[in-house]
Write a protein that binds this ligand. Sequence first.
Ligand SMILES: Nc1ncnc2c1ncn2[C@@H]1O[C@H](COP(=O)(O)OP(=O)(O)OP(=O)(O)O)[C@@H](O)[C@H]1O
Length: 322
Amino acid sequence: MYHIIINPASRSGRGAKIWSEQIEPALKKSDAVYQTYFSKKAGEVKHLAAQITAEYKDDPDLKLIVLGGDGTVNEALQGIADPSKVILGYIPTGSSNDLARDLGIPKEPKAALDLILRNVAPRVMDLGRLTYLDKDQPEESRLFAVSCGIGFDAAVCAEAMHSPIKDTMNRIGLGKLTYLGIALKQLITARKVSCTLTTENAVNGKQTAFQLPRFLFVTCMSHRYEGGGFMFCPPATDNDGILDLCCVGNISKVLVLLALPTAFFGKHYFVKGIDAYTTTQMSITASAPLWVHTDGEVTRKSCGFRVECLPGAIRMITPEVK
Ligand SMILES: Nc1ncnc2c1ncn2[C@@H]1O[C@H](COP(=O)(O)OP(=O)(O)OP(=O)(O)O)[C@@H](O)[C@H]1O
């Protein structure tokens, strides 16, 4: 049986339409056995995933299908009791869809459903786990599928989540322009603070600490794309047990503006001050609290956190073995 969690609010309400006009009719025509779970408000996807995985905890191959954007998948991950028992399918209806982009899952929802119904063998995929280490606040962890980050990229997500024009722009198919506008504004106003980044060498386990004075952002990726197609980490592979980092240090904002379009093609490392690292786990301590995101979901500002790769933590329905 397929357990399908639906975020009707994804892409400013298009999720509901895609479900009722494309996915539900196709499912009814098929012989698939399924149960649906609609989120009614933000935060509910986590509870639905927790409820399903608790109720079917004895099923080692629980088929959990998420219809929504990257943020919906991220929320579902927070609720799944034991990811190793879950086979995750994804029907992308968000505006960024970076997870689907990297996995090769069709962006056309009906084609994504067809892939799920074809019953292809799932493959393992790494997850990341971010644990906040702020003093005076309880330790809290969040899983992520695509990436997590601190600084500019998270600030863009934070503002986009509450942007009054995002819905209107999404409705007329120009959602990406919202992000572009917010990114420009955030770039102008971004406060650069310093941080210490500690990585662990993926091969020999050796730890290295870097000082990044006045950094703009650090993103830690399991997949290649974030932010709607920016290929910040071209070598990132989601089943190698390694996380890839893109660190944007103390470079002029004009240079950042020049480098950002090249990041769509993964060519931004020509700029001195943008550096790539690989790690199995890393920690970051910033001199002031900054926004932090996991898969574009922003819940708080933080001065420090640890990130680790959870190799092969979940099984994912994808078109081909990478
Ligand atoms: N019924 C609902 N009403 C409002 N918000 C919801 C609902 N269900 C889930 N959410 C919220 O929607 C957000 C996830 O949206 P998601 O990122 O998947 O789509 P999107 O915003 O269209 O895509 P993108 O992030 O790519 O722009 C989460 O923050 C989640 O809490």
